[in-house]
Ligand binder design. Structure first.
Ligand SMILES: CC(=O)SCCNC(=O)CCNC(=O)[C@H](O)C(C)(C)COP(=O)(O)OP(=O)(O)OC[C@H]1O[C@@H](n2cnc3c(N)ncnc32)[C@H](O)[C@@H]1OP(=O)(O)O
Length: 359
């Protein structure tokens, strides 16, 4: 039975000895009676955003079904009413890595007490996810210490792991030792177009070739549950080497509300893998990618944030080689607080460039 939509906070699992109830657990916004604020900042001014539309990331994609103690499935929760399959699957036809990481963190978070919070996770994507079948999440309670708890989660399909994810949770602790980098200076979200608005603009260009028109129209039709506002987006047809850096504003599509930090960390895990790895390809426009996939994904959660509010995603790739590329990212809150750091390595197989194939 899919998770109900009755609003409940992320529910800690009963202690190990308790018999596993067949009831499902779910990670939802704090309370269904919670009225959406009119604007992310709570300023009271009615935003253009449809605040009454609760984020599908919370009501569906990350709303796992509990099968047994420490065993979850996304079978019913991940159904997209339009296609009856996983909510959104990239054109690679492999399950989106951010979905598997976000769901694995949900499963781990279900097994820890309410008063400790995710501070880091490290994953390996060991097999491509099959978009035609659900995913099982098996949680192993590695250790519960006084201040930290560690969990290991296996995401399983066809009896084999597709992802292994270690995550660590810490109870709130204060310290006089604190510093952070300074947030980059970029245009604010209000000054920028969304990815959809940019594509609409390109599609109105009479010089647009049919090839680009088809590609951009397909991109526009995708049900990605994330809103993006690129900063200095390269013109779609510009085939020049770019620096291996990109910045964009990003947030979950729809309303989530205060909720609890575990929920926002799970949504951020989903968001953090979108358009991340491509940072490493920006200088290498002359190569056609035959195959690319994330090999691993790590995150560090530094400060409270709202994943349904605009955050600046600062992405850079310091290195690529041996068919691999490393990308690093920082998610900044609009007030300049560094909320999350991310890192990922990916594998790329590319066709030789025209010049090379003539050699
Ligand atoms: C951005 C994202 O969200 S991606 C989604 C998240 N990430 C993932 O799903 C990756 C999951 N992990 C995996 O799929 C595997 O661990 C891999 C592919 C990374 C490595 O596994 P390996 O068995 O070593 O793969 P291997 O490199 O041999 O080949 C994998 C595929 O890459 C392609 N490939 C391999 N070598 C080459 C090459 N030199 N040139 C072109 N394509 C190649 C082939 O399609 C091959 O598949 P096939 O053997 O079935 O034809």
């Amino acid at each position: 039975m899919a998770a109900s939509s009755g609003g409940k906070k992320l529910l800690p699992e009963p202690s190990k000895g308790t018999s596993a109830a067949s009831a499902h657990s779910s990670i939802l916004r704090k309370s269904s009676s919670e009225k959406p604020v009119t604007e992310a900042t709570g300023s009271g001014s009615k935003s253009s955003r449809n605040e009454d539309l609760h984020s599908v990331l919370v009501t569906s994609v990350l709303n796992l079904e509990r099968l047994d103690l420490d065993l979850y499935s996304n079978e019913h929760s991940n159904r997209c009413t339009f296609t009856g399959t996983h909510h959104w699957v990239p054109r690679s036809r492999m399950l989106f890595g951010g979905q598997i990481v976000g769901q694995a963190l949900v499963a781990a978070a279900m097994s820890v007490s309410e008063n400790i919070y995710a501070h880091s996770l490290h994953c390996y994507f060991v097999r491509a996810g099959d978009p035609k079948v659900p995913v099982l999440y098996q949680v192993d309670r590695i250790r519960d210490g006084k201040s930290f708890s560690v969990r290991s989660v296996k995401a399983i399909q066809h009896g084999n792991p597709i992802l292994i994810c270690q995550s660590s949770f810490q109870r709130k602790m204060e310290s006089p030792i604190h510093h952070q980098f300074t947030m980059p200076v970029v245009p604010s979200p209000n000054e920028l177009l969304t990815q959809e608005e940019l594509i609409q603009k390109y599609l109105r260009d009479p010089a647009l070739t049919e090839k680009y028109k088809v590609g951009l129209t397909k991109l526009l039709a995708e049900e990605v549950p994330i809103e993006i506002k690129p900063i200095n987006p390269p013109e779609y047809y510009r085939r020049v080497a770019l620096e291996s850096k990109q910045h964009f504003w990003v947030r979950a599509r729809g309303y989530i509300g205060e909720g609890n930090m575990k929920l926002h960390c799970c949504v951020a895990a989903y968001i953090s893998d979108y358009s991340f790895l491509r940072t490493a390809l920006l200088p290498h426009f002359q190569y056609k990618v035959k195959f690319m996939a994330s090999l691993d994904h790590s995150m560090w959660f530094h400060a409270p944030f709202r994943s349904d509010e605009w955050m600046l995603y600062e992405c850079e790739s310091p290195w690529a080689g041996s068919c691999r590329g490393l990308v690093q990212g920082r998610l900044w809150k609009q007030d300049g607080v560094l909320a999350v750091s991310c890192a990922q390595e990916g594998v790329f197989y590319v066709k030789p460039s025209a010049a090379e194939s003539k050699l």
